[in-house]
Write a protein that binds this ligand. Sequence first.
Ligand code: IPE
Ligand code: IPE
Ligand code: MG
Length: 257
Amino acid sequence: MGFLKWPFKDKRNQQMEQDLDQLKIVPDHVAIIMDGNGRWANKRGLPRFAGHKEGMDNIKRIVKLANGYGIKVLTLYAFSTENWKRPKQEVDYLMMLPKEFLDTYLPELIEENVQIKTIGHFEDLPKHTKQAVQHAIDRTQDNTGLILNIALNYGSRSELVETVKSITADVKANHISVEDINEAMISDRLFTARLPEPDLLIRTSGEIRLSNFLLWQLAYTEFWFTDVHWPAFNEKEFKQALLAYQQRKRRYGGLEA
Ligand code: IPE
Ligand code: IPE
Ligand code: MG
């Protein structure tokens, strides 16, 4: 049956290309839970770190594509507040990757006009990680292209706890009253303040869960899940997600226009 399958598949791919050429509704903000590095490596009989390395290289490929599609913000979940539970050796390796990524790719990212930002508890990262990332943030702050927003030591629940604390402190100090508290105030105090909410969330590697990612910000985001592991998430997959997004009807609780 294999010989029967491929021409049909090829035709469908051609159709997809055409559909994407006419793509009008490109999401402004795409967020990705880059999952499955370990399983990708495992499947190939490689150690987990090899999956993380390949996953890191894939970031560059996806950033380039996102830039080309006209996406404005790409938020990538790179390390969660819960990932500290992993063996020290793996955590140490993951904490070394931002420097390796930036040593390799920062010149290209600058050339592509990419602006680097982060969300998460930056202060609690190891010094060498902070230094490399801060350098990239400073170096790209005036760039006007795609915002590459890396979620590093990010956890949505702790983000919300910090927000509640900061609002409570302002109430206590009489800077604001309880009546002043509204949705915009909460949004403005999250790590994502000044960024639009994600339009599309992609999670790779088959898990159908959020793993403490952007719980507030994803309230009306469109979700797209794939079984493909992050290191293997490629142009074809990315286009499929964007095409699916294009066909969604976003109603925000209202009625279709
Ligand atoms: C995603 O891949 C990277 C991080 C969470 C840092 P995983 O390391 O979670 O890979 P799996 O899920 O074990 O395959
Ligand atoms: C989510 O993946 C975090 C990142 C991709 C950085 P995990 O692999 O940590 O999620 P769980 O543990 O399967 O929920
Ligand atoms: Mg995982």
